[in-house]
Write a protein that binds this ligand. Structure first.
Ligand code: KG4
Ligand code: ZN
Length: 341
């Protein structure tokens, strides 16, 4: 780097977190400010896109200022602005993209659009200073379940994806069905500790033509059917057992597919990313299986698993090094594919 420090101001507004961060040389987080809107959306049992956009507009300037202040840097010291431009909720993405463009234009700082999933994967680089590609990464969030080979920085091959619900979506839907509310992941994680994961034999779905693809909608229906049949028979539901058995079914599939992929494709490093990656039982299941198979296991702290801007700053840094810059025609792309620019 010839001694030059690269500082990136990153912005993330793809869903219900208004976030900004300053990241130095890709792996050092100088600030990571997250304004979570969860309390607002909890009232409605899930994210309401229109409310998310409005709240982002209200908060974005304040969050950016806070990120600069707590990093003790001014805009003059920022080398590039990285912003999530997809995938995500279009109205929510637009707020971050517009803010990034405005700051970039006003201060004359280069602009870099970042893929949200690339951000999640890159969260692994922040605390694991020695982690370098290639490795296999499982991205499990509210909107995505991807099994990805990270061939190099910014180079991905997707070998498995969900055919229906994402893993986090299944957590959220099952949580709602057993009366836990939104967001379901952390609540099921907690309640599962009091339940028996072997109590109810929920299905582990296999997808016919690609072993590495996921399907969670059948599992979700199986849980709903189980709850209905208990109600019809007048049986009391043990929600902790339902939570633990559902969670175990998800974990078995995620772990089974991931370990098989690492072995078949011949890698020795594996990482997890996305909101579901903060699940405590999932982390310990991977810990055990990776150890058993001689695979080095990497994972971000929970705060870097769920949506944040530091991960966008890290991904943006590697794009910056490759010379990638976006113009002011950068737009929000709600269904942006990984690897597309
Ligand atoms: O990555 P993320 O913050 O946002 C998206 O990009 O979607 O992921 C949010 C998802 C939600 O579905 C939430 O229920 C799930 O991650 N989640 C969890 C846990 N914490 C968050 N799922 C299982 N266990 C957790 N501890
Ligand atoms: Zn996310």
């Amino acid at each position: 780097m010839n001694g030059k420090e690269i500082k990136i101001l990153a912005i993330e507004t793809s869903c219900d977190e208004t976030a900004a961060a300053v990241v130095k040389n890709g792996r050092e987080v100088l600030s990571n400010v997250i304004f979570s809107q969860i309390d607002l959306h909890t009232l409605y049992g899930g994210v309401v896109p229109e409310i998310a956009s409005r709240k982002h507009i209200e908060k974005i300037n304040q969050v950016i200022e806070e990120a600069l202040d707590s990093a003790k840097v001014t805009l003059n010291e920022i080398d590039a602005i990285a912003v999530t431009y997809g995938p995500g909720l279009v109205g929510a993405l637009l707020v971050g993209v517009s803010a990034a463009k405005a700051v970039s234009f006003a201060a004359g700082i280069p602009l870099i659009g970042v893929h949200h999933i690339e951000g999640h994967i890159s969260a692994n680089f922040i605390e694991n200073k020695d982690l370098e590609p290639p490795f296999v990464c499982l991205v499990a969030s509210g909107g995505h379940s991807h099994l990805v080979i990270v061939k190099d920085y910014g180079e991905y091959e997707i070998i498995g994806r969900t055919r229906d619900d994402a893993a986090g979506e299944a957590f959220d839907k099952v949580a709602r069905a057993i009366g836990l509310g939104y967001p379901g992941g952390p609540k099921i994680d907690k309640l599962s500790k009091e339940g028996n994961p072997e109590a109810i034999p929920f299905p582990r779905a296999k997808v016919e033509d690609n072993f590495y693809d996921f399907s969670f909608s059948g599992l979700k229906s199986a849980v709903l059917n189980y709850l209905n049949s208990c109600e019809m028979k007048g049986e009391k539901v043990n929600t902790a057992d339902v939570a633990a058995s559902f969670q175990k079914a998800v974990i078995d599939v995620l772990v089974g597919h991931s370990i098989a992929a690492v072995k078949e494709y011949g890698y020795d490093k594996f990482a997890i990313a996305g909101g579901v990656a903060s699940n405590s039982s999932l982390r310990s299941a991977f810990e055990t299986e990776c150890k058993k198979n001689g695979i080095a296991f990497f994972y971000p702290s929970p705060i870097l698993c769920t949506d944040n801007a530091a991960m966008i700053g890290t991904a943006g840094y590697y794009e910056y090094l490759k010379g990638i810059r976006h113009g002011f025609d950068l737009n929000a792309v709600p269904n942006l594919k990984l690897g597309e620019r």
